[in-house]
Write a protein that binds this ligand. Structure first.
Ligand code: SF4
Length: 261
């Protein structure tokens, strides 16, 4: 199996092979055919997709030029320790009452990629780690599909405490928690960020547009103009496998950013 086919298999995108190639003409890459077909199929977002699918390893709005922070800044143990302690004891919003524990985030403190999700779910609240369970396993596979081990990136959420019943975070809760994520981003100084899901994308980009309208282009986050790519939440992808083709395109764009930064 080719490397590319292995990647797609890893995130669950079906790739079909011809049983027997035509004699006179070499077949088009079967994966491209499968991905293009899947990308051209409408999914349940509200975006009017471009008539030409977003190409893999392709599109940026502007050239990327983001300097890496110094090693000392990215591994500031004191700052990380203070931040972790503040999060652990935080009572800035009412969510502290229902949590089993805070979910600070996990991964390399000098990661090139920072992944931002929504909020801890039941299992995350229990284990104290973001993106565990089936959605977490899919995220891990998605990262692996672009050659990144989960341990190589930093993974955090908009909220550090679980909303009751896994409801959406409320604006006042996200406001109260924003300082923690901002400080994590400032410490990690990632080359690129990946916002997974609607809540994360809308919060980071200060918009109410749906994911389908936000993916497919490179955004910029904060004063440092960190390149930011939006994709679907793994939980959504588990419910809507056809959207994995678009997510693969997002991952290809992200990989291109990381390579060029
Ligand atoms: S969600 Fe954030 S702001 Fe609210 S209590 Fe938890 S850590 Fe504090």
């Amino acid at each position: 199996m080719s490397r590319r086919l292995a990647y797609l298999a890893e995130i669950g995108i079906p790739a079909y092979r011809l049983r027997r190639a035509p004699v006179a003409e070499a077949p088009r890459d079967a994966v491209e055919t499968a991905v293009d077909a899947a990308a051209a199929t409408p999914v349940d977002d509200t975006r009017a997709e471009p008539s030409v699918p977003v190409p893999c390893f392709a599109r940026e709005e502007t050239p990327i030029a983001v300097a890496r922070g110094s090693a000392a800044g990215a591994t500031d143990d004191d700052a990380w320790s203070r931040l972790a302690a503040e999060v652990r004891d935080c009572r800035r919003c009412a969510l502290h009452r229902g949590r089993t524990q805070t979910v600070f985030g996990v991964g390399r403190r000098d990661a090139e990629l920072l992944v931002v999700g929504e909020a801890p779910g039941e299992e995350e609240d229990r284990q104290g780690e973001p993106f565990v369970g089936p959605a977490g396993r899919l995220l891990t596979a998605m990262l692996k599909s672009i050659g990144l081990a989960r341990e190589e990136v930093f993974i955090a959420n908009i909220l550090k405490c679980r909303p009751p019943g896994n409801r959406d975070p409320r604006p006042d809760e996200a406001d109260a928690c924003a300082d923690f994520l901002n400080r994590q981003i400032a410490l990690v100084k990632p080359k690129a960020m990946l916002a997974v899901g609607r809540i994360s994308a809308q919060r980071l980009l200060d918009t109410d547009l749906p994911v389908g309208r936000l993916r497919g282009v490179v955004h910029r986050y904060g004063d440092s103009a960190i390149p930011l790519v939006v994709t679907y939440h793994p939980a959504y992808l588990l419910r809507t496998p056809i959207a994995k083709a678009k997510s693969w395109q997002d991952l290809c764009m992200l990989l291109s950013l990381l390579r060029s930064a």
